[in-house]
Write a protein that binds this ligand. Sequence first.
Ligand code: M6R
Length: 614
Amino acid sequence: MCGIVGYVGWREAETVIVAGLKRMEYRGYDSAGIAVVTADGVVSRKKAGKLVNLETELVEHPLASSHQGIGHTRWATHGGPTDENAHPHLGRTGRVALVHNGIIENFAQLRAELVADGVEFASDTDSEAVAHLLEREVLDGHGLTEAMRRTVGRLEGSFTLVAIDAQCPDTVVAARRSSPLVVGVGDKEMFLASDVASFIEHTREAIELGQDQIVEITPDSVAVTTFDAEEAPVRPYHIDWDLSAAEKGGYDWFMRKEIFEQPKAVSDTLLGRIGADRLLVLDEMRIDVAHLRSIDSIIVVACGTAYHAGLIAKYAIEHWTRIPVEVELASEFRYRDPIVTSRTLVVTISQSGETADTLMAVRHAREQRAKVVSICNTNGATIPRESDAVIYTHAGPEIGVASTKGFTTQLIACYLLGLYLAQIRDAKFGDEIASLVRELEALPAKMDEVLDDLGTTLALARDLMDCSVVLFLGRHVGYPVALEGALKLKEISYMHAEGFAAGELKHGPIALVEEGLPVFIVVPPRGRDQLHDKVVSNIQEVRARGARTIVLAERDDAEAERFADVFLPLPTVPTLFQPVLAILPLQEFACEVATLKGHDVDQPRNLAKSVTVE
Ligand code: M6R
């Protein structure tokens, strides 16, 4: 939630900050603001609405030249999306400006204290209280870094704070607790941002910040200390993607680009993890093999799309390893007092690696002495940093709020984990694993086939764009695909869409079916138990009641096609891998419907890409 930028160097700060905010607008887009240090002190501009409103404001009321500043794009928590509530917030005298991402839990108490001290608040935000506290410390004679240290000592909650002080030239100071922040290291210039995408056009050298750390940047230096004023180790890393990955590259939406990037993202995620014998090499599994052999249960914890990936993982991991797997929404996990022991393996899945619900689940699991493996797409994010091991999905930056390549690469990581556990626990013969691995390696080419043949899906989007309800059905791993297809449609097209287990329909939801209702049905490949035939029967059940059936099934599945009003063919793959293909037309359908409806596909209403509050 919220994107933060800080800059100090030789370029025009306004240009760097606005460009940086543009690349982070996906994190929150209900207001934006900037503050810079000029010869006349701190000057700020802020506006409700999307970044374009701030850009217009900057044209109408230009800022004086400056090489030191901060910026913010907001997803509102405390206080609605108004000009006043937009960040930056200034202290009482206007000497200090501050931007904040996160939530200050003891805000009411701090605000009461400041009001008693004569401070008049200009906004309803929790963040403004921090600006006043920080300025009070600065006015008491502390340097900006020390003032920040004293201020964070008063705060409860999660935060990234970035601040400037009119009397502290060439310096920007930031603090981080449970909320993302990275430093970009340039040549005589330094950047701070919630996400490296913000400064990727200027530098690919970055520094990770740890929990409870303060960083002071000047054009030539980066000094990292802990909240207790201890010097902290600096952990530099090289960003292995470039500006083109953070741009639309000719597509109308990031989401569309990311849909089409999936074959490559999947092959990148497989890369380096398969040996010549087609067995798995997961060097990053830094958990002792003996321990992994001893685990007696797995709990997968995630939110949204990542949760749907977890539901699919359950089928695969249980089938290959015979270890019982539970899948839990991260926001529910710790509140139900889950049974977690040192023999439980907790697997978290998060594209951003910053989702607060998932992060809290990681912490809870580790407190119960469970080992945590995280599947994550963001190098150095908080969740992987706090986990015992991490399997990175190499999807590259995912900027569209609706997750696409995040999902398919999470599935690949789950398959790799499941097969790896089967391998080290001797739950499967080597040749069985090798044959499944070959099927995984064949997936990118099959994904390309599906993506090359989306004409029917696009036509369908035109036909169905005015429908008020769409249902999605699936059985076995097709069920989470149905949930994910419905989520995609809801979040960007704002249509009422529901996913159901196909067999569950007759226990209630079938009452929703009426003449002409579009129902997508994911049909599993033939040949496994009676799974396929059961789903074909479910198609007939809804069709008999007037539904318009849109059937996703193997290309030559004549039986399924017979009952399809619209048939979306898929290449043949093992049942457990079918979600990687079946989700592709559903993603493109949602993207196209939302486009036709005139929605902002990449920045749907009320949502933010990375949800860093519980
Ligand atoms: O970054 P994460 O994978 O932890 O995010 C989890 C969900 O917030 C995310 O998948 C959300 O549901 C997406 N908007 C779905 O498209």
